[in-house]
Design a protein around this ligand. Structure first.
Ligand SMILES: *[C@@H]1O[C@H](CO)[C@@H](O)[C@H](O)[C@H]1NC(C)=O
Ligand SMILES: *[C@@H]1O[C@H](CO)[C@@H](O)[C@H](O)[C@H]1NC(C)=O
Ligand SMILES: *[C@@H]1O[C@H](CO)[C@@H](O)[C@H](O)[C@H]1NC(C)=O
Length: 296
């Protein structure tokens, strides 16, 4: 995280002293996604979400959308959840298959981001009709699901196995040394914030919400198209295709990424943030609809 954002986070943290560090605002991308999702929740879903959120979130889903990253980094107890943030695919194939790819480093099946999305949406939909059930912690299920629907939309969270989703590709982002994965997690969004939004996340969220009802309104129904409770597999397929077409292209180890890369990739990042927010809202709306959803 760069100097500017660190200061920004610190300032916000000082203002919101009651929010414990574990619920830190963390990554801008997840915050943006959950803010967009909140705008599209039905009344039923919003009520259920508020009931499940931890007190510290103060009723705001976006406040806990980086919880899954925070606990992974800071609490050894949650280390088991690390493989659930991504799915690696075979080098240079540019496609994704659940049975082939969804496993962790020890080849334990289902332990990847798409498997986790199935897992936590199932827990929430089963638990919703039996809120007193002790079987699952639905607060955690909601926080994990909201985070992982974001992650599966980041193209390099469905990148190649050989470079660990771009993590081992060292590049410069303008003058700063970093890696390609981090460029897509954070740097493109940070640069956009500084260049176009006066470093104000709210302005960026507003611009995205405007495009959803305007520029992209014809596409939005196709983003929502899902005949099941949740559809993480097509999202992962989209991601790896975008990884090949945009993320890896012209970003070989040692390259310097500047204006050309930034200006051509930012629209991809912006659309992925918007799609992810809309789809998160849709899955929560289905899970928490009064009409029980047919079992998959
Ligand atoms: C499913 O959720 C439970 C509870 O958090 C967790 O122990 C398990 O590892 C999860 N499995 C997957 C594949 O997400
Ligand atoms: C559920 O998870 C939350 C967040 O980790 C935790 O604060 C809470 O104590 C857990 N609830 C139970 C009943 O374990
Ligand atoms: C909104 O859409 C316009 C036109 O496609 C694009 O130039 C702009 O970058 C988009 N803004 C955001 C925040 O997505």
């Amino acid at each position: 995280m760069g100097g500017f954002e660190l200061r920004w986070v610190v300032r916000v943290t000082v203002v919101l002293m009651m929010v414990p560090k574990i619920l830190g605002w963390g990554k801008e991308g997840h915050y943006v996604i959950c803010k967009i999702a909140e705008e599209y929740l039905t009344e039923d879903a919003l009520a259920a979400v508020k009931e499940l959120l931890p007190d510290q979130a103060e009723g705001d889903l976006a406040a806990v959308c980086s919880w899954a990253d925070e606990v992974k980094h800071h609490y050894p107890y949650y280390r088991w959840s690390s493989p659930l943030h991504y799915v690696d695919t075979p080098d240079f194939l540019c496609n994704y298959k659940y049975c082939r790819d969804c496993h962790d480093g020890h080849r334990h099946k289902d332990r990847c981001v798409t498997g986790a999305i199935y897992n936590y949406s199932m827990q929430l939909s089963q638990g919703y009709y039996d809120l007193n059930s002790e079987k699952y912690n639905l607060t955690e299920a909601l926080m994990f699901l909201s985070h992982f629907v974001g992650d599966v939309h980041q193209p390099l969270h469905v990148g190649f196995t050989g470079d660990v989703g771009g993590n081992t590709i060292v590049v410069r982002w303008y003058r700063r040394k970093t890696n390609l994965h981090h460029v897509w997690d954070t740097m493109i969004i940070e640069s956009a914030l500084k260049t176009y939004y006066k470093s104000d996340l709210t302005l960026m969220i507003q611009a995205l919400l405007r495009n959803i009802t305007d520029e992209w309104s014809d596409d939005v129904p196709s983003w929502e198209n899902c005949k099941k409770m949740v559809c993480p597999d097509p999202y992962a397929s989209e991601s790896v295709r975008l990884a090949c077409k945009f993320a890896y292209r012209n970003a070989t180890p040692g390259s310097t990424l500047g204006d050309d890369y930034f200006l051509s990739r930012l629209p991809v990042v912006e659309k992925r943030l918007a799609q992810s927010g809309i789809r998160l809202a849709e899955v929560l709306n289905r899970i928490f609809s009064k009409q029980p959803f047919a079992a998959q």
